[in-house]
Design a protein around this ligand. Sequence first.
Ligand code: COI
Length: 355
Amino acid sequence: MIVELPVMKIVKTAQSKLEGIDFNNLPFGSTFTDHMFVCDYANGAWQTPEIVPYGPLSMDPSASVLHYGQAVFEGMKAYKDDEDKIWLFRPDENHKRINKSSVRLHIPEFPADYFFDGLNALLKLDAAWIQKGLGNSLYVRPFVFANTAGVQAAPGNRYKFMIICSPVKAYYSGELKVKIEDRFSRAAPGGVGYAKAAGNYGAQFYPTSLAQKEGFQQIIWTDAASHQFLEEAGTMNVFFRINDTLLTAPVNDSILDGVTRKSVIEVAKSKGIAVDIRPVEVSEILEAQKTGALKEIFGCGTAVVVSPISGFGYRGDQFEVKPIENSFASELKETLLGIQYNTLPDPFGWRYEVR
Ligand code: COI
């Protein structure tokens, strides 16, 4: 069935996949909903957006994204409350950030009305894929890439913006231990570290696989110049609790400006927790671990929400971070989830209802 909307064409799937889905057994991001949003850029403008059945793309083998990695993405989540209302969390931040990332990768910015109309229409169409209950959500993945045909290493004139959705539960199951990396680098001043560029993630896979062989799940990256300052972990920004103060690195051109990170900071401040935003030295964390001042480490991000880190490694030594009572990570996570799932008031105005 084809429905013509003023600014969007919607083609519904003839056969939903929903019935065959085991929602209790969902490896993160491996199952996708019935539909996807697609919008092409050609002739100097974004064309009429479409929602079509989820499925493979056909593209020229010389498309620039395949050769030069010109692609950026976002991560968001949609939640369903007890009254079947669907909520997003600060989606305007994701829209702003995908455009900021796009500018850095020389991709045309995507208009806000296309982004929000696409999100609303797609989430309403695939609403049955969003399970109720804490811990269930729909991971929403907007992304945009260059598909100009031709291997000239130069900006092209064709791009594709898409949104796909995946029903998810927790990102990490089990413990989360991180290695402080002092050999490989994720980002350098003047580079693309602040952008959600596809290559920032792909380039982490090899060093992360080495860390995994040593028993860690993730890496905490250090600055490329000196390896003395802690930056971010693979898919998360990182916080350290030193006695009763939360410490985190300031965002700069090497660190992603995480939506969960800035929300954690605001929620913490609203609870009267002191937050110190300044460069974090590896040596001070080692010292705090030695003296017992290091009470917690946690990572945060859309996919992981807030995840306690139970240990870390540095230059062959391993350190444990024991669980504590009255953990800041638990308290902050509970508040964030309450806002996201519409079970707590939202004094910040962060919830966005999908209509
Ligand atoms: C997110 O939290 O949305 C991320 O970017 C993590 C993703 C790479 C799985």
